[in-house]
Design a protein around this ligand. Structure first.
Ligand code: PSU
Ligand code: MN
Length: 308
């Protein structure tokens, strides 16, 4: 008996699809919702959210999109709930520390990588797919802006399939922090750390695996090694990357605009993504959609092997 018994009063609602998948111990892929509410422009965001779920199903797993709806943690969303996330201006962006506020206030929020990992763990879901990881922001030596995604990877055992870290970040600093926290990173069919819009961030990776099956085996190895409190970053490079010259130009302009407009805190990432979407003539959107779908597919394939 622990000295202080912990009573979890978990307010979680599972969709019927997820309930059956959990009961059958079938493969489940968690999907984050910040990307829907704050990462993609309307009306494409809703369309993409539905397509990404379809990709997971088509590759043999059940999609568990995670969000807080009216103060309740939802694992697996109905279409009407996805629509609310996609279109309602009152939907907040929730990291782990925001969750209790929404639960007690009865408000709705989209979950980040960190918050989605936390909730996935509560439901024993081992893997999830996103676009690009959060990380150390450029200028962090002044602002201390480092995404809670990094910390969640250091303390929550969930596989995160992503296209590396978002290229708007300080990539070498992000990689250093992941090393400090002992978070394993594996390149999927690449030895280069991907940079979200770009297939190669310019930084090398030590470890590469080439099949979903090998990644599933690596995860089981990680757990067997007693590393039960760390995530695993699976870095899946985008195939048709953005033109690197367009990328550099937009990044410079976007960072300038963020600083002129004094954007800070949790608004930085949505601001920069929106800057790209508004000024790239559809290119950033095309690449972002390709990334999310490819990551959803790979996560589903890994999940299928995990459940064998
Ligand atoms: N990947 C995308 N679009 C996004 C995000 C990831 O393609 O919008 C979101 C994720 O939810 C991630 C968040 O956790 O951006 C990082 O925000 P911050 O830098 O404020 O921690
Ligand atoms: Mn931040």
């Amino acid at each position: 008996m622990p000295i202080f018994p912990v009573i979890f009063l978990l307010m979680i609602r599972y969709s019927s699809e997820i309930k059956s998948a959990l009961a059958a111990k079938g493969p489940i892929v968690a999907l984050e919702s910040t990307i829907i509410a704050h990462g993609l422009p309307r009306p494409k965001n809703l369309e993409v959210a539905l397509e990404v779920q379809a990709v997971v199903r088509n590759h043999g797993a059940t999609p568990a999109t995670i969000a807080i709806i009216d103060g309740v943690i939802n694992i697996g969303l109905e279409d009407a709930e996805l629509e609310l996330l996609a279109n309602d201006n009152n939907v907040a962006k929730a990291s782990i520390r925001d969750i209790p506020f929404h639960l007690t206030r009865g408000s709705s929020a989209a979950t980040t990588v960190a918050a989605t990992s936390h909730i996935a763990r509560l439901a024993n879901i081992q893997i999830f797919a996103t676009g690009g990881l959060g990380g150390v922001h450029r200028g962090a030596e002044q602002t201390w802006d480092e995404s809670a995604d990094i910390h969640s990877l250091s303390s929550i055992p969930v596989i995160v399939v992503c296209a590396g870290a978002k290229s708007i970040l300080d990539i070498p600093a992000t990689l250093e922090r992941l090393e400090t926290y002992s978070v394993p990173i594996v390149g999927f069919q690449t030895s280069k750390f991907p940079g979200f819009y770009l297939a190669d961030s310019g930084y090398a990776l030590e470890h590469q695996l080439d099949t979903p099956e090998e990644i599933a085996r690596l995860w089981k190895g990680q757990i067997s090694a007693g590393i039960t409190e760390k995530g695993l970053v699976v870095a899946n490079p985008v195939i048709n990357e953005m033109d690197p010259r367009l990328h550099s130009k937009l990044l410079e302009e976007g960072l300038n605009s963020a600083s002129t407009n004094r954007v800070s805190g949790k608004d930085v990432t949505p601001f920069l993504l929106e800057y790209f979407h508004k000024n790239s003539n559809g290119e950033s959107l095309r690449v972002n959609i390709e990334i999310i779908k490819a990551n959803a597919q790979l996560a589903a394939e890994i999940a299928v092997h995990l459940s064998k």
